[in-house]
Ligand binder design. Structure first.
Ligand code: NDP
Length: 487
């Protein structure tokens, strides 16, 4: 299929036109031009997708875990074989540098399918003897799950949701973000090529109404959303009408703490990765960088010097470090935050505005930006910006920095740099965060549980823990003797 071909809905193992004939355009964020038209799933299409998934799930759940696992592993192999094509598609649709997408997007999706493919045969219950008999538990598939994705890691999110769901015997109806619908459709084709039965993975591109139709649908047992906090609340409210299970991977404003004994070169590298990778459009980013007063000057000098070497450019150029932000609206939102930072008294150390990139006059490029001279209550220190904007803060002692780091309604992630092993574990234990990195930042191996606390979400993705969120536990009691009825 060429880039500019219209994309349809993927239901029951094939492309199908939307019932009401509605389409939307997906744009290339580097040029602002349309890549292609994409079918917009209506409520009627969602009904069709859920019905197909119900049918598909029955057949899928009846297969052995080993058989299901083989198909997931084969899909992972196909992703790797088609890595160049998928990475290019992801860079075209999402503006992500091609230096990132083969590994961070396609590779991460393949790792996840491989991991859960390997685990599919080992979804197991427990046995325990109790007075009068014994009981055992059966982790059963919940049925049809909805996956709703954000635009920053499109194929990775589709895989992180579908791999554990399918490994556990569920079917999934997936709605990619309206801004990046292309790679989930390609994933669906590869699932089919790997032998996935029809209906087990359906893709319904669309706008937020499509997401609303999924969360309201009585035929869906579980919703897993990656998105903003307000969307998470709306999804949870809607899901409560039918008491669906909910996993929410939401936003953050995570702290990265650099202690006085840190390896400063590593800490600078991590601060850059945790603020500028994928143009800063990463939920776990350590956007509040707390640096100990005694190393602050050295740290800042190195950070600014290395940041000023970053290259903004064509996402398809292998030398590009930062591509354009996802959309004009999002870029304007990030630029508004930068203006607020200046107005509220922040001091710009580098960046601070839109960037011009030769050959891309309409691209949504924003300079990697570092603010100093901030206080904890300023808007840019409190709110998620989701762009390349780093807030520098300084501190004197451990208790103080912990209190300030935790003073937020978010709780997604956090990081710390120190050579003191006791302090590392002490601070990791006290940070209010779902994930803490010690002497690194933003690594998400599939073996490791991933997910936030507080208003950053609930539930975990990745690791064997993910099965808890895609199964319902049935307890079976078995009597070994007679019934001793008093009547
Ligand atoms: P949004 O919350 O705007 O959208 C997420 C998805 O939900 C999209 O598919 C969207 O559809 C859909 N949606 C919007 N409203 C509803 C609704 N009422 N009911 C059901 N579905 C709905 O997030 P973005 O796509 O803008 O992504 C950025 C956000 O995602 C950031 O806050 C970021 O922190 C968070 N995020 C969290 C991650 C994590 O793992 N914790 C990882 C990545 C991002 P449409 O696209 O059509 O609007």
């Amino acid at each position: 299929m060429s880039d500019s071909s219209d994309r349809l809905l993927w239901i029951h193992g094939e492309y199908t036109a939307p019932a009401d004939g509605e389409y939307f355009e997906t744009l290339n964020p580097a040029t602002g031009k349309a890549i292609c038209k994409v079918a917009q799933a209506s409520k009627e299409d969602v009904d069709r997708a859920v019905e197909s998934a119900r049918e598909g799930q029955e057949a899928w759940a009846a297969m052995s875990g080993a058989e299901r696992g083989r198909i997931l592993v084969r899909t992972a192999q196909l992703l790797r074989q088609n890595c160049d094509e998928l990475a290019r598609l992801e860079s075209l649709d999402g503006g992500k540098p091609i230096a990132e997408t083969p590994e961070a997007d396609v590779g991460s999706a393949a790792d996840c399918l491989e991991f859960f493919g390997g685990q599919a045969a080992s979804v197991q219950g427990e046995y325990q003897a109790v007075p009068g008999g014994f009981f055992y538990t059966r982790p059963e598939p919940v049925g049809v799950c909805a996956g709703i994705g954000a635009w920053n890691y499109p194929v990775q999110i589709a895989a992180w949701k579908s791999a554990p769901a399918l490994a556990a015997g569920n079917a999934m109806v997936f709605k990619p973000a309206e801004l990046t619908p292309l790679s989930a459709l390609r994933l669906a084709e590869l699932f089919k090529e790997a032998g996935l039965p029809d209906g087990v993975f359906n893709v319904v591109p669309g706008l937020s109404d499509t997401g609303k139709a999924l969360t309201a649908h009585p035929g869906i047992a579980k919703v897993s959303l990656t998105g903003g906090v307000e969307t998470g609340k709306a999804v949870m409210r809607a899901a409560s009408e039918t008491l669906k299970l909910v996993t929410l991977e939401l936003g953050g404003k995570s702290p990265l703490i650099i202690f006085e004994d840190a390896d400063l070169d590593n800490a600078v590298g991590a601060a850059m990765l945790g603020n500028f990778y994928t143009q800063g459009e990463i939920c776990t980013n350590g956007t509040r960088v707390f640096v100990h007063e005694s190393v602050r000057e050295k740290f800042v000098e190195k950070l600014v010097a290395r940041t000023e070497k970053l290259k903004l450019g064509d996402p398809l150029d292998p030398d590009t470090d930062l591509g354009p932000l996802i959309s004009r609206d999002h870029m304007n939102g990030v630029l508004d935050y930068i203006e607020k930072g200046k107005k509220e008294g922040g001091k710009l150390l580098t960046g601070g505005g839109r960037a011009k990139v030769e050959g891309f006059p309409d691209g949504n490029f924003v300079q990697p930006t570092i603010f100093d001279g901030l206080s904890d209550d300023m808007t840019i220190v409190q709110e998620e910006i989701f762009g390349p904007v780093l807030s520098l803060l300084s501190f004197d002692n451990e208790d103080e920095v912990l209190e300030r780091a935790n003073r937020t309604h978010f709780g997604l992630a956090g990081g710390l740099f120190t050579r003191d092993v006791q302090r590392a574990h002490r601070v990791a234990a006290k940070l209010d965060a779902g994930i803490v990195w010690v002497n690194h930042y933003n690594l998400t191996p599939v073996e490791m549980p991933f997910g936030g606390i507080k208003q950053s979400g609930m539930g975990k993705e990745n690791s064997r823990r993910a099965f808890e969120y895609y199964t319902r536990l049935k307890t079976v009691y078995v009597a070994e003797g007679d019934v001793d009825a008093p009547y």
